[in-house]
Design a protein around this ligand. Structure first.
Ligand SMILES: C[S@@+](CC[C@H](N)C(=O)[O-])C[C@H]1O[C@@H](n2cnc3c(N)ncnc32)[C@H](O)[C@@H]1O
Length: 277
């Protein structure tokens, strides 16, 4: 059984890349310009068809990932997530070894490269991430913004001060100055971020994988989305509740497109009354 699990894990990137290519081919034939851009990004990530400058930036983040994965120091993580309930902040505190936490919780390369390709294709002025962890996905997004050359900033929210500190030191090592880390439970920080930093063209919801919390976070963020924003929901198959909220979001008329990539879901948001393209 253990061997089967290892084989299944080794196969995952191939399965996910095949899914990216299938959804990419579907969207690339769409009439809507934003859908075609997202489709092209899926194909790029699914085929690993990055140019040399893109490849170099992603490799530097991967080199940083290896360093952080090897860390043996530890920090305390407050359990603000599904385990502690949607109220947040009153759950357990878990001692985490940085390297183990980074390996278990960071986006793997296949998804991180998809975020990179999406940010390259969609060219958002602002990206929002719920759940920084040690900063791997935010580093990919910020590197893509840097290559876009249009300015742009990543705002990333993290409840565990220890994880946020590790992420900040990774960003310093990588020379990424276009990331703001907001420390505290989403339940307390998101309201201010949304009010102060509207205009998000790319959002990655990757923390507190609870059905109602995910629905609430999307609706809280919605007023700060631009028309055509790409919203990525992680771990849509993690629990029955996450599956339900994904199906609800995918069927919501505010979503112009919803792509089920098995592990995560990607939507294109259409602001009611906003331009289609
Ligand atoms: C799966 S990890 C994020 C991984 C990261 N997005 C990446 O791809 O590299 C989820 C993170 O969200 C944080 N988190 C979970 N629920 C939270 C909440 N309610 N408020 C603040 N942070 C939370 C956890 O501490 C954890 O670091």
């Amino acid at each position: 059984m253990a061997i089967l699990g290892v084989i299944k894990n080794l196969m995952k990137p191939y399965v996910y890349r095949a899914r990216l290519r299938a959804e990419g081919a579907r969207l690339a034939a769409a009439e809507d310009m934003q859908a075609r851009a997202v489709g092209d990004a899926f194909l790029k990530a699914g085929c690993s068809a990055f140019d040399a400058s893109e490849q170099a930036l992603m490799e530097s983040v991967e080199a940083q990932r290896l360093k952080v994965n090897a860390r043996t120091d530890a920090f305390d993580q407050p359990d603000y997530g599904a385990g502690a309930g949607a109220a947040g902040g009153e759950g357990r505190t878990v001692r985490r070894v940085v390297g183990e936490f980074a390996q278990a919780a960071s986006s793997p390369q296949v998804w991180a490269s998809m975020h990179f390709a999406l940010v390259r294709a969609v060219q958002p002025a602002r990206c929002l991430e719920l759940g920084t962890c040690v900063g791997i996905a935010s580093a990919y997004m910020a590197s893509a913004l840097r290559l876009n050359g249009t300015g742009g900033r990543v705002i990333t929210l993290e409840g565990a001060p220890g994880a946020a500190a590790v992420a900040e030191s990774n960003f310093r090592d990588l020379g990424l100055e276009n990331i703001t880390v907001v420390v505290g439970p989403f339940q307390k920080t998101l309201e201010t971020v949304v009010a102060e930093d509207p205009g998000f063209g790319f959002v990655f919801i990757d923390g507190h994988h609870d059905e109602q919390a995910t629905w609430n976070y999307f609706n809280q963020i919605e007023p700060a989305l631009v028309d055509g924003a790409v919203v990525v929901f992680d771990d849509i198959a993690w629990s029955e509740g996450m599956g339900r909220v994904w199906r609800r979001l995918a069927a919501d008329p505010r979503m112009a497109q919803a792509c089920d990539l098995r592990h995560l879901g990607v939507c294109i948001y259409h602001r009611p009354g906003g331009a289609a393209d």
